[in-house]
Ligand binder design. Structure first.
Ligand SMILES: [Zn+2]
Ligand SMILES: [Zn+2]
Length: 372
């Protein structure tokens, strides 16, 4: 093995501080693997942690990047047998590395594992062998990591959508329980909101309604390409009232399932309570920066609503999302707007944040080891 080879990585030193460092290429054994990162997707969480609005709980410095996709370059015999993966295969690596041994892991709730050792993109480099983030040329794959094979036929920028589409599938179909013929209301038109429209349609929804801001006009257009039947703008001069529109479109039946996916805003949660039918479900997925927001709990009681928190994505969500990506049923490539090299990570983040004039970003990926 070429143990002397160096691996380049983006390293976050603190809020807003990024530099590039070289690490030793890790040695692998029988039970682990090394992956050359083809692409790492960026999302709103990366912006929150980069600017320090959400702290790195394990401390700094950290190699960020929790949406890694890559090609297996080295893999031990045991790992290859357990994961069903060989050298040359393309894999997605899940964010959490669970212990696989505690009661929660063994009862299928590994997302709630309290013994998890590694969280990709959030683990300090002091933990050997340091390469636990997607914004690096290589990712070390821990023996307890959860991996998924992805078709090499997809462009890397599309294949890496396993992460946001996994969220969309889990939150819409599994947590939301969307059924054939349902009306689904999606509040927020980010990459996950757009993909949730596709997931809802794939799950059998008859009618999908997506809301966004006036500055999201291009995203609402994409939402229609991904299955939204109606889109509405909730702010500015042409603002429409979400509850009124859903009432009108459904003849007062309201939405069967509502996904609240907006960051920071309080109003959409109230809209969700009022626009969802008696006995309906609301999946709460939009983070509000730790700020308590009012909740009209009488609505929950009197309408027999079920509210579900949408923490992360599990294996079933990722697996179904990957099959959906491979099916080509939706124009996934249309969602991808920007690709950056590793050295352009800060520009990638600024582009995603909408800070670069003239750039309308939806899905942004960094391709650290793209050239091979
Ligand atoms: Zn993400
Ligand atoms: Zn566990």
């Amino acid at each position: 093995m070429t143990t002397t080879q160096k691996v380049r990585a983006a390293v976050q030193l603190g809020p807003g501080k990024l530099e590039f460092r070289s690490f030793d290429r890790p040695r692998t054994g029988a039970d682990d693997a090394l992956v050359r990162i083809e692409a790492n997707g960026l999302c709103g969480s990366d912006l929150e942690t980069f600017h320090g609005r959400v702290p790195m709980r394990g401390g700094y410095p950290v190699i960020p990047g929790h949406e890694p996709l890559g090609v297996v370059e080295e893999i031990g015999e045991k790992a290859a047998a357990r994961w069903g993966v060989q050298v040359g295969d393309r894999i997605a690596v899940e964010v959490l590395v669970p212990c696989r041994a505690c009661a929660r892991c063994l009862s299928g709730g590994y997302m709630s594992c309290r013994n998890r050792t590694v969280t990709h993109g959030y683990t300090p480099v002091s933990r050997e062998p340091s390469l636990f983030g997607g914004l690096a040329e290589y990712l070390y794959v821990h023996p307890d990591a959860v991996v998924h094979k992805v078709s090499s036929a997809l462009p890397a920028e599309v294949a890496v959508m396993y992460n946001p589409l996994g969220a969309a599938v889990r939150w819409t179909a599994h947590l939301g329980g969307v059924q054939l013929g349902d009306t689904v209301l999606i509040l927020g038109a980010g990459q996950r909101g757009i993909l949730a429209a596709a997931a809802a349609k794939a799950a059998g929804a008859a009618r999908v309604i997506v809301t966004g801001l006036a500055r999201d006009t291009h995203k609402l257009g994409l939402a229609r390409e991904f299955g939204a039947d109606h889109t509405l703008v909730v702010d500015g001069a042409d603002a429409q009232n979400t509850v009124d529109l859903v009432t009108e479109l459904t003849d007062g039946e309201l939405a069967d399932v509502t996904l609240e996916m907006t960051p920071m805003a309080a109003q959409p949660l109230d809209d969700a309570l009022r626009a969802t039918r008696h006995g309906g479900r609301i999946v709460v997925a939009g983070l509000k920066g730790g700020r308590p927001i009012p909740l009209d709990s009488d609505q929950v009681v009197n309408k027999a609503l079920t509210l579900v928190g949408a923490y992360g994505v599990d294996s079933r969500g990722y697996a179904e999302a990957i099959r959906l990506l491979e099916s080509g049923r939706f124009p996934f490539a249309r969602l991808h707007t920007h690709t950056f090299e590793l050295g352009e990570t800060e520009r990638a983040l600024a582009t995603l944040a909408g800070e670069i004039a003239g750039e309308e970003a939806v899905h942004v990926a960094v391709t650290p080891g793209g050239g091979g």
